[in-house]
Design a protein around this ligand. Structure first.
Ligand code: TEU
Ligand code: CA
Length: 539
């Protein structure tokens, strides 16, 4: 078990993201719940993770599945009660698992008390909690668009004013320039720290310094000032782990966010690698440029070495399933899922596994009425209005839509994959009789077993945490190979990104080295489809 009293314990940790709505239902309403998570702690302990990042469980009208919070200090009743959350914190802790909560500080729900009052009158003290601009019905302050479709300004006729909403009209942006807003949020965070929450994932934290009049959303001039204040006021303890979601972050910004002086956050989720296989936007699907992926990873690995800390991830609740995206979810599902896991877990940083990733869960194809996500529903309308055929729009959604990640967790070959005895809120993927946790736990060669070993290796060999990174054959578009080095350890990771045989990569020093992990028996000779090998030696 990790010593979590050490300030940088999270550098040795592996986290697991839970999307509560889809994890485990215990009362048959088709919606995952907190008792469901408690009932699966044993599974997570068996996997070996040190912490859970819990997607939002706060009270919410669920316009964006909890990323629209109506009460930061209450639990969404279908998920359970505060007592259930306290039980989860306690029982997870007993298994060496720390709970990290999602913090949505950029916006609230339009149903939050603050917003209801803000909207009631220009003179209400809460009015200035949000971002308002005067206007008339047909002339918004500017032409900014909301992420989930439509304009970023919503008109309130009673006030003759627009409010700013970066995501959707149901998610009004908080006014971070108002010190009362900031203090209220810090106070709320202290409330959770007192309950025993070990850290936070900060939703779209790069947007809190926005200047809507100048059409600036991310990386505003006061962003880092606000983050430093947040750190000081809300979670000064160095043992609190914090990871900021920052789509806009390049290396220079990430260095500021994750400054080892502890003045801001532990690390950020940056998405450069996740943007490589798209064109003008996420619906413009392009094949993965392997050379660019390698060079991108190398830049981050070397760029933050000694100056910050990387987060390592391939999936989350907003992204498609990685085996469908960069692997092969048909014939080579098992091999390619393991290869991708080895590729990412061999690097320096803190790995985050998204629920079901450890089973090789795949993308799903649904009928348009079956999708729940507001982004998907709006995108379908917008794409077809632009002239896309329904088939083309559905293809893009099946490749990139967020509901790919949100189908219920596949626990067993039983009814509804063991997720619920009722009707699941989102359809279960039809491949559950084959792809499920029960089968994976029994099979020593499963994808689950591979993740389990990767987590254990990270705990056994310091080179995973501390080693330098060297990319081999940077221009090779089929194989991703790199080495990691400390003064006395040497690690080689080799991955075949294709379904064809490729020549072996094995620098002289590694001849005869111990194979720590591999996804085919007998890891020697040419690389078979999606083959991956990890070789290790003591210098
Ligand atoms: O996501 C932030 C974000 O920028 C997303 O809009 C992202 O670009 C999109 O999901 C890509 O399809 C965070 C949360 O992770 C997401 O679930 C929320 O919907 C969003 O913030 C608003 O809170
Ligand atoms: Ca339930």
């Amino acid at each position: 078990m990790l010593d979590k009293t050490k300030p940088d314990w999270w550098k040795s940790a592996v986290f697991y993201q839970i999307y509560p709505k889809s994890f485990q239902d215990t009362n048959g309403d088709g919606i995952g719940d907190l008792p469901g998570i408690v009932s699966r702690l044993e599974y997570l302990q068996e996997l070996g993770v040190d912490g859970i990042w819990l997607s939002p469980v706060y009270d919410s009208p669920q316009a964006d599945n909890g990323y629209d919070i109506s009460d930061y200090r209450a639990i969404y009743p279908p998920f359970g009660t505060m007592a259930d959350l306290e039980a989860l914190i306690r029982q997870a802790d007993a298994r060496g698992i720390t709970i990290i909560m999602d913090l949505v500080l950029n916006h609230t729900s339009d149903q939050h008390q603050w917003f209801r009052r803000a909207k009631s009158s220009r003179d209400d003290p809460y009015h200035d909690y949000y971002i308002w601009r005067d206007g008339s019905p047909d002339s918004p302050p500017n032409d900014m668009k909301a992420c989930f479709g439509g304009p970023a300004w919503t008109y309130v006729p009673e006030l003759g004013q627009y409010y700013f909403c970066m995501f959707s009209p149901w998610q009004p942006d908080l006014n971070w320039e108002n010190p009362a807003v900031r203090q209220e949020l810090y106070d709320m965070i202290r409330f959770w720290v007192k309950k025993g929450i070990g850290g936070f994932r900060l939703d779209v934290i790069d947007a809190i310094g926005k200047l809507p009049d100048e059409k600036i959303t991310t990386n505003g001039p006061k962003l880092h000032e606000y983050i430093r204040e947040l750190r000081r006021e809300a979670f000064p303890a160095p043992t609190i782990v914090t990871v900021g979601e920052a789509w806009s972050a390049g290396l220079a910004e990430a260095e500021r966010y994750a400054d080892p002086d502890g003045s801001e956050l532990s690390m950020v989720f940056q998405f450069e690698h996740m943007l490589l296989d798209q064109g003008v936007d996420k619906w413009d699907v392009k094949p993965l440029p392997v050379v660019q992926l390698k060079q991108c990873c190398a830049r981050w690995q070397n760029g933050l070495f000694g100056k910050g800390w990387n987060s390592l991830f391939l999936e989350n609740h907003d992204l498609p399933r990685i085996v469908s995206r960069w692997g092969d979810d048909g014939k080579w599902r098992v091999e390619s899922a393991k290869m991708l896991a080895m590729m990412i877990h061999g690097m320096q940083g803190t790995p985050y596994i998204y629920q079901g990733e450890e089973l090789g869960m795949t993308n799903v194809r649904l009928a348009i009425e079956e999708y729940d996500d507001l982004e998907i529903r709006n995108a379908y309308a917008e794409l077809t209005a632009k002239g896309w055929t329904p088939e083309a729009a559905l293809d893009a959604i099946a490749a990139r839509g967020r509901d790919n990640a949100r189908t219920p967790m596949q626990w067993s070959a039983g009814k509804n994959a063991g997720f619920s005895t009722g009707t699941p809120w989102l359809p279960v993927h039809p491949n559950y009789p084959e792809v499920n946790a029960e089968a994976a736990r029994k099979d020593p060669n499963s994808i689950f077993a591979c993740y389990q070993k990767l987590i254990a290796l990270r705990k056994t060999y310091p080179v995973f945490r501390d080693g330098t990174f060297t990319l081999l054959d940077p221009e090779d578009g089929s194989r991703f190979a790199y080495t990691r080095d400390t003064a006395d350890e040497h690690l080689l990771v080799v991955c075949n990104f294709t379904a064809e045989e490729q020549p072996e990569v094995c620098p002289e020093a590694f001849r005869g080295a111990q194979a720590l992990l591999h996804n085919y028996a007998d890891p020697t000779g040419p690389l078979r489809p999606y083959e991956a090998r990890m070789l290790y030696l003591k210098k």
